[in-house]
Design a protein around this ligand. Structure first.
Ligand code: SF4
Length: 334
């Protein structure tokens, strides 16, 4: 069980063109006092459906290791207290690659931090520059190396559709990240939030966001590539907050509250097309078997996959049935 807390760096000195961290963190920002953290942790544990194997506190949002050092130590200390009581087992933080060095690693380790997630966003320096990130791809490589040497579990955050990005550059980013072997990856499309430099660029025609189809296609490639390298993609798309959904909050971009499902559904559509195109199925009723946990992906939102497949292959009907012997992602045409 991961219990997220969102930190706001006081006056982050960076100028990422897409950043509206308030919208992304949303209501999950709480006042990070010792008692508030404790209450939140106890509430999560009380309301868990079953006893969690591991309770992990996560500090997301700004850059944890960019906090004022005293604030950082204070927050780490609050959670260490909960660890000493046996309520929390481990700690996870997210930060920028250029805010990781040996000294930080020693500090994090001494307070029981197990996982460090790095906001790499892209592995192409020009894209990072145009996005105002203020760090390079080499910073990500260096930070990951330092973390791995010290046995931290590592995660990488990536964005698709940043200024200057294109399909070739995104493919390069994915392949470079596969080579770096992080333990997990999170990917989300670039969304244009109000009151950002990107919103201004968008209005002035200097930035064009990805369409939903482009974003799904790019993330489909990324998901398949990471999966084949046994690197779990633990999030696709931004976690929706009520602030994000408020009218006028999002100016443009491929935002969908179930973006991950859109990508998975598209992969299932492609698989079904591969199978159906190998047989003469026009005018027939066909049955596709998938894992019971993939039934909704096979159908697609509002039965979209079934409708598209029926039209494309001129089918009479498609039945989708669960098969307990199939692993997730597998499909059989019966
Ligand atoms: S994305 Fe992170 S590093 Fe960039 S401006 Fe926002 S808070 Fe600062």
């Amino acid at each position: 069980m991961i219990i997220p807390f969102f930190i706001m760096n006081k006056g982050c000195p960076n100028r990422c063109v897409f950043c509206n961290v308030q919208k992304v963190a949303g209501k999950q920002r709480i006042s990070l006092t010792e008692s508030a953290i404790r209450e939140t942790v106890l509430s999560y544990i009380r309301h868990a459906r079953r006893e969690p194997d591991e309770v992990q506190v996560a500090f997301y949002g700004g850059s944890f290791t960019g906090l004022d050092r005293n604030d950082e130590i204070e927050l780490l200390g609050y959670v260490k207290g909960l660890m000493d009581e046996g309520l929390v087992h481990s700690l996870r933080v997210s930060t920028r690659p250029d805010y990781i060095d040996e000294e930080q690693c020693d500090l994090l380790r001494s307070f029981g931090v197990k996982t460090v997630e790095l906001g790499a966003q892209s592995m192409v320096d020009k894209v990072l520059e145009l996005s105002g990130r203020g760090h390079s791809a080499a910073d990500t490589e260096r930070a990951l190396k330092i973390l791995k040497i010290r046995d931290f579990a590592t995660g990488i955050h990536l964005m698709v559709g940043l200024p200057g990005d294109n399909r070739d550059k995104f493919t390069y980013t994915i392949n470079r990240c596969v080579d770096l072997k992080p333990d997990t990856v999170r990917i989300h499309p670039t969304i244009v939030f109000e009151n950002t430099a990107l919103a201004r660029a968008c209005r002035e025609g200097r930035y064009k966001p990805l369409s939903m189809t482009e974003a799904v296609d790019a993330c489909k490639y990324a998901l398949k590539r990471f999966s084949s390298a046994n690197i779990p993609v633990i999030r696709l798309g931004l976690q929706t907050t009520s602030e994000m959904e408020a009218a006028g909050s999002i100016v443009a971009g491929p935002f969908h509250p179930a973006f991950h499902a859109l990508v998975e559904e598209s992969i299932f559509y492609d698989r079904a097309c591969d199978l159906l195109s190998q047989r003469n199925v026009a005018g027939k009723t066909v049955t596709l078997a998938v894992s019971s946990r993939d039934i909704s992906y096979m159908h697609g939102q509002k039965n979209g996959n079934i409708k598209k497949l029926t039209d494309r292959f001129q089918l009479n009907k498609i039945h989708v049935i669960p098969n307990a012997e199939l692993q997730r992602g597998a499909m059989i045409l019966i």
